[in-house]
Design a protein around this ligand. Sequence first.
Ligand SMILES: [Fe+2]
Ligand SMILES: [Fe+2]
Length: 529
Amino acid sequence: MATQPYYLKQNVIVEPLINQWYAWSYLISPAPAAMLIANSHLKMMQSFVGAPQVHVSALKNPAMRGGPFLNYGPDKVGAIRTLIDETITEQALLLELAEAIQKFSDLLMTEANGFSLEALYQRVPEPLKGYVELVYDLNNFPSIRFIEALLYASPYFNQSSQSLCLSLSQTDERPFALSTPQINTDGHLHLKIPFGASVLDDLFRMKVEPAAIDPIKEALGVPASGQQLFESFFSSEPPAPPSRYTDRPIRIRYFGHACILVESRDVAILMDPVISYQQFGGIDRYTYADLPETIDYVLITHNHQDHCMFETLLQLRHRIKQVIVPKNNGGSLADPSLKLVFQNIGFPVVREIDEMERIEVQGGEIIGLPFLGEHADLNIRTKMAYLIRLDEKSILCAADSNNLEPALYKHIHQQLGDVNVVFLGMECDGGPLSWLYGPLLTKPLARRFDQSRRLCGSDCNRGMEIVDQLHPSQVYIYAMGLEPWLTYLTSIQYTDESRPIVESNKLVEACHHRGITSERLFGHKEIFL
Ligand SMILES: [Fe+2]
Ligand SMILES: [Fe+2]
């Protein structure tokens, strides 16, 4: 078999892992990664080996699915114990870094009381020395500014903890990925390989271009025990060839969740790529096979796992000419730079965009628009809505923007005028701050504060205030985590009574009253403009 040219099958799941945990941007940037490993991963695993039955019982309740529980039975206690030991040994440096961050944050809180910070440099713990600047804001609150680029260049950025897990997908159902390390061996092939390795591009190119299996098998270092499984991921059957839309009018395709492909005669722009694998059965959808061979621009709206998803991004890296990411604050633990993340995992052309900044593209422009809220009031700037203008048409993708202040869209409208199409997320419940950012907190947050500070998007009233400012003729609700191939990252399970469903129904109805085309998207959708 192995000497013939073969294609990588369209339903091979490729999970990027770090210390066996599902990789996302905060696990790649060294300082937040240190905090996540110390305060989340190790604690969850230790809790599991101490009382596996508690985790099993908790997960019997579907509402607990996104909670801090490992989705394994007691039979996995031994394997998790081994992973704890490995993590403690292999991530010793990052664990020291996490301890230093905690210790020094405590010290700043008690000792930085308005006097010059110069003397405190001597008290910066060794693991942090030379990687931080100490600053006050104008209210005299002290904080640490991390020099993130130097942390990437240091031993703290340990690429040997990166790996890929390959398996064949038979169904959309996948267990929630963010609270359970991937340690399955049955049907799962684990390859220790850094995300930046160019051999991954060769592998993923084989989804479309056939090649011999042996060279790629060798280049990936597939162990003898995994050869048979590896070969089962390939097929001689050619997939449908990628097609590039080169016509008028502009074509917009909804691939599920927040993933939108906008194509004109001149460019292909893909937002928040999260692409379903090919399934036999299940709801209709677009898959990898519906993407063009070259994607001119990938736009990332924000730094949440369901919008910046490396499982899809790595598989598309060789097709992407340029990634555009929101500019970030620089140096805050809560707000790692997406530009540095992408650059350090092998994306050759990454560009930051600022609020109201324009990037010229063939036949139009991409404009970064402010994105308020949905980040629990943390000072996180790595978030951007995008206005795409092509052939005199304009499309706003606002992702999870929460319209906290309608005057914002008044100002935007004054600058940019009406838009034709609005895509808006309305996940208006959202988890509390701690759901995502808890492990980064250096000072505990009272439960009542935590519950009030949520990762929530616009409700109907706030959404309609955007509509009434920008006068679109089409409004689509998206980014709701509705598609079954998404729930392994969002853990969202709605009923008809869930507020996001009720509120988005209301918004669709309000749009219809105004004569605006509107629907909540599900599965797939094609729009011509
Ligand atoms: Fe989000
Ligand atoms: Fe989202």
